[in-house]
Write a protein that binds this ligand. Sequence first.
Ligand code: DQA
Length: 146
Amino acid sequence: MRNRIEVMHGVNLDQLGRRDPAYYGTLTLSELERGISDDAGVLGLVTRFFHTNHEGEFVEHLHRLEGLADGIVLNAGAWTHYSYAIRDALELTGLPAVEVHLSDVEAREDWRRQSVIRELCVERVAGKGASGYREALERLRLELAA
Ligand code: DQA
């Protein structure tokens, strides 16, 4: 059964709880992760969590996923908009991935509209706050069942 989901958060997402609540809500990263883990359990998925503020560590974590995960939910934060290194590493995993953003990146600054990982992901969920992760898990569950 393919049900192992790696949930990866990138740069500055450990600062949730003190970032602008109008964009990011009030949950801390640990609280957000707890909710994701609970939702995943209901869906029959098993989650593992990873966060780093260091791009190379994010890349190396992707390198290490072979055999350990069946799908990826990732919010790469600002790296989403420009990190071709993360894009290449994500491609290397060969795993189905869903890109998540708490805020509506399409409705903010122009530079946030660019995503260098979008075309590698089976879906992008943005602007739905914490519930966007549930949507991402549901999408991956469908993908893994196919
Ligand atoms: C974000 C959106 C990014 O533009 C921003 O740099 C973040 C968080 C989001 O979850 O809305 O750090 O990915």
